[in-house]
Design a protein around this ligand. Structure first.
Ligand code: IMP
Length: 206
């Protein structure tokens, strides 16, 4: 890993001429990351648009999965790549669904079922939970940097609110009464795990 000042220089230098590859095939994620980068004048290109492969998430941690996605996209494209990996961690469930958060919803992406499974498995257990987002930057020369953000809170059932996505309707962030599913998205995007990870990346690199 290179010193932060030099990473910052390397990112700015590359961004002047070439787009940053967002190593995600998920159009929602791509749009969210493009929105976060737009104020910095950074042009982006999506992995799918560049015809890059979508790797299997075989890592044991959010960091491993974010890094493997960014590394592959940087190696295939020859460009700086940004990837993220995120999920809901419930300590009383030994960290589940964790890195398997998307997979708990199955191929049909049924988050009602995934939230019901969390409720059943938790029973009367401790309802504290947190979201994690890890952003990984990878350079084609092998340099890497990771930024982790967390949003802490607790779970409430039944699910409430039609905004957001995934596990938002059961997550109440500390200091609030609304679930992420009920909350104004502008507020959610200010206090979310992804916003916190991005703030670290911004402070280090932009
Ligand atoms: P990834 O594409 O492997 O990062 O999958 C992340 C999964 O974690 C998503 O499909 C959601 O289930 C869950 N997740 C991550 N961030 C959030 C969030 O902000 N709200 C609700 N669910 C989230």
């Amino acid at each position: 890993m290179t010193a932060l000042t030099s990473l910052s220089f390397k990112l700015r230098e590359r961004m002047r001429e070439k787009p940053l590859v967002v190593a995600s095939h998920n159009p929602g994620k791509l749009a969210e990351i493009e929105e976060l980068l737009a104020p910095f004048g950074i042009a982006t290109a999506g992995a799918a648009a560049l015809g890059l492969a979508e790797p299997e998430e075989t890592g044991a941690t959010f960091e491993d999965n974010a890094a493997l996605k960014a590394r592959l996209a940087a190696a295939e494209s020859g460009l700086v790549a940004l990837a993220d990996d995120s999920g809901l961690v419930v300590p009383a469930l030994s960290g589940a669904p964790g890195i398997y958060s998307a997979r708990w919803a199955g191929p049909a992406k049924d988050f009602r079922a995934a939230m019901a499974r969390v409720e059943t498995e938790l029973g009367e257990g401790d309802r504290r939970a947190y979201f994690v987002a890890v952003l990984a930057l990878a350079w084609p020369d092998g340099d890497e940097a990771l930024y982790r953000g967390e949003a802490h809170g607790h779970l409430e059932f039944p699910p409430r609110g039609a905004r957001g996505f995934g596990y938002d309707p059961i997550f109440v962030p500390d200091g609030y009464r609304e679930t992420f599913g009920e909350m104004d998205p502008v507020l959610k995007h200010r206090i979310s795990h992804r916003a916190r990870a991005f703030e670290k990346l911004r402070a280090a690199c932009l």
